[in-house]
Design a protein. Structure first.
Length: 270
């Protein structure tokens, strides 16, 4: 009976502990179309002039074939960003190859885990769609590694291998960034002192000197919950569950080895 009560209490504790993890891992609804009104309608032409776009919003821009178009977005630890781009081509054009590249805050080119990063549009095609899903952003990494780290990321969209006749043709572009929260499976023991945001070191030095000027940071966009918002993950929940299961196993093992009652006493001289 006591073991049954202990099992029931433990299962109740496991249910209460796992509930936040399940709620946290559930997909969040995407922003409505009206929210895209705040998204940029122009793209930058370099890293320094990249148009800032929040995750979950669709940025649009007009350009010409042969241009380099840049956007930037924030990505925090535990997120796996996916960048999607659509290029609307003119009615008449030759075969064109378009490519999307993603760089981190140190301007290191990040490889795509999967997705069509480079695609060729046949002559006369109305549009071409590209996608790049990055590896999960890590809170900390070795200095020699090329792992994605929290901070600002840059998207560069351009056409490669164009013929002279196709240079300068007008195109329309749409770029959207969404992220999946990976959770505790990507957690590491360590974190950066500051996110990889352009100018953050200059701001930190100004703060130390008592300056209130915040214009030193070149990128003002950040996640909705602020940087390092992913310190809580289901890794903590499953660690607690493991501890409860270990304690329950110890109680059960003790009850089994102890026996159901005291041993019968043998009368002396028997």
């Amino acid at each position: 009976m006591r073991i049954t009560r202990a099992l029931s209490a433990s299962l109740l504790l496991l249910g209460l502990a796992a509930a936040p993890a399940v709620a946290d891992s559930s997909p969040t609804p995407t922003d409505s179309a009206s929210a895209d009104g705040d998204a940029p309608t122009q793209a930058g032409t370099s890293f320094r002039t990249a148009a800032e776009v929040e995750q979950g919003r669709t940025a649009t821009a007009s350009g010409s074939t042969g241009d380099y178009l840049y956007w930037s977005f924030p990505a925090d630890a535990g997120q796996r960003p996916t960048v999607k781009a659509t290029v609307k081509l003119p009615e008449t054009h030759a075969s064109q190859t378009w490519q999307i590249d993603v760089y981190d805050g140190l301007r290191r080119r990040q490889s795509c885990q999967y997705g069509a990063q480079t695609r060729t549009a046949a002559a006369g095609a109305a549009s071409v769609e590209l996608a790049c899903t990055l590896r999960t952003v890590r809170a900390w990494s070795e200095a020699w590694a090329n792992d994605p780290l929290p901070g600002t990321y840059y998207v560069r969209l351009t056409a490669v291998g164009l013929t002279t006749a196709d240079l300068g043709l007008p195109v329309g572009t749409e770029v959207r960034i969404d992220s999946k929260d990976i959770g505790g499976s990507a957690a590491v023991d360590g974190s950066l002192a500051e996110p990889l945001v352009p100018g953050i070191a200059v701001k930190s030095e100004a703060d130390d000197e008592g300056s209130k000027d915040s214009s030193a940071v070149l990128s003002a966009i950040e996640p909705e919950d602020g940087w390092s918002s992913g310190w809580w993950s289901d890794r903590w929940v499953w660690t607690a569950i493991g501890g409860v299961l270990a304690a329950l196993a110890g109680v059960g093992g003790y009850a089994l080895t102890r026996g159901s009652g005291r041993p019968s006493r043998v009368p002396p001289g028997a």
